[in-house]
Design a binder for this molecule. Structure first.
Ligand SMILES: Cc1cc2nc3c(=O)[nH]c(=O)nc-3n(C[C@H](O)[C@H](O)[C@H](O)COP(=O)(O)O)c2cc1C
Length: 356
């Protein structure tokens, strides 16, 4: 049996049953602690990275929005919100990591419990509410570590609106996060699609989105000119539950502003099957969002004639579900819920299958 299959069996038969006895957020924090230790243990990340790398024959880098990715599979936002363990994911064979969502102000998020497992459905429901230490603290953490161009894999930083900031002041709030974090990001994601921050998804409305992205684009170019650097790729992360006209309007703005790309999608608010009777507020991820987000990707690819790079995310749990996203038009993919159920070596398995 190949060593990665052994590790996968160890995860599923030993580690996962233990983690799944814990309350979901506790299990998550334990996983973060273990991965932080891995990342800081001298020699271990380098050894694991060598073990997890794709064979040279199948490892041509993927080029997207001016960056080079060692493979197509990344970690989705929300797992490492505070940038404490992301280097471990390079060691595990991920091709990129997106940290955050980070907000301008530190905030505790919603009251617990706020994360729920649905193992039979391969799903999670969460209403975390952007719990994070804030942009200044994350910047301080990243300042100590290798920066853009010095890392083995690209690091994306996902930014969102602080809960206490009214919608009309959202642009200034994002501006602070952008200016604080831009120096540390290989790419930056503007999150307007989490269902768990009141009014956040209203930023997907045409005029608000134009104001927000227009300002961030302006800042990005101004910063690049002053520092004599290239602007950073800025991507928008959208919800899966948009109507066709809403999606068209968003795509029009992204194309007009020449943004670098789009991340499709966040969690869904659509309740089908057993979720119709689940009495918990929050967004659903994993299997129930798989086909919904793949359809959104296909729509984006179709409407933009493939001119807007897409990172596909939502319900990827196997090489086949990842391939469906690539076939629909995604250049890169990300995973979160699939990793909770399938273990941390899922990325490598998918990356290898996609490369082959
Ligand atoms: C517990 C949890 C927390 C999340 N937090 C964030 C977040 O802070 N920012 C964000 O953009 N997406 C967040 N997401 C959404 C994921 O990045 C992803 O878009 C979504 O879960 C669909 O992918 P999946 O089915 O592979 O999980 C979160 C998802 C989960 C399950």
């Amino acid at each position: 049996m190949a060593s990665r299959q052994i590790m996968s069996v160890v995860y599923k038969s030993l580690v996962k049953p233990l983690l799944f006895r814990l309350e979901p957020e506790w299990a998550h924090e334990l996983a973060i602690d273990a991965l932080s230790i891995l990342a800081r243990t001298p020699g271990l990340p380098g050894w694991m990275k060598a073990w997890n790398q794709l064979p040279e024959s199948s490892s041509s880098p993927i080029e997207a929005f001016g960056l080079s990715f060692p493979n197509r599979v990344g970690l989705a936002a929300g797992f490492d919100k505070n940038a404490v363990c992301w280097p471990a994911f390079e060691a595990l064979g991920f091709g990129h990591v997106e940290i955050g969502t980070v907000t301008a102000k530190p905030q505790p998020g919603n009251p617990k419990p706020r994360m729920f497992r649905f193992p039979e459905q391969g799903a999670l429901l969460n209403r975390m509410g952007f719990n994070n230490v804030g942009a200044d603290a994350v910047a301080e953490r990243l300042r100590e570590l290798p920066g853009p161009g010095e890392r083995g894999i690209p690091l994306g930083i996902n930014i969102g609106k602080s809960k206490l900031v009214p919608l009309d002041e959202a642009v200034a709030d994002y501006r602070h996060s952008f200016l604080t974090l831009a120096d540390y990001a290989d790419y930056l994601v503007v999150n307007v699609s989490s269902p768990n921050t009141p009014d956040l998804r209203k930023l997907q409305e045409e005029s608000r989105l134009l104001d927000l992205l227009g300002e961030l684009r302006r800042l990005n170019h101004e910063r690049a000119e002053q520092a004599d650097k290239q602007p950073i790729p800025i991507l928008l992360k959208i919800a899966p539950d948009l109507s066709d006209p809403q999606l068209d309007a968003i795509l029009g703005i992204l194309m007009d502003l020449e943004l670098a790309g789009i991340i499709a999608t966040n969690t869904t608010m659509v309740r089908e099957g057993i979720f119709e009777t689940v009495d918990e507020v929050g967004g659903i991820s994993g299997n129930p969002v798989e086909s919904i987000s793949t359809e959104v990707i296909a729509r984006i690819y179709d409407r933009t004639e493939g001119r807007l790079p897409i990172i596909g995310v939502g319900g990827i749990s196997s090489p086949d579900t990842a391939k469906r996203k690539i076939d629909a038009g995604a250049t890169l993919v990300q995973i979160y819920t699939g990793m909770v159920y399938g273990g941390p070596f899922l990325a490598k398995r998918i990356a290898r299958a996609l490369a082959e």
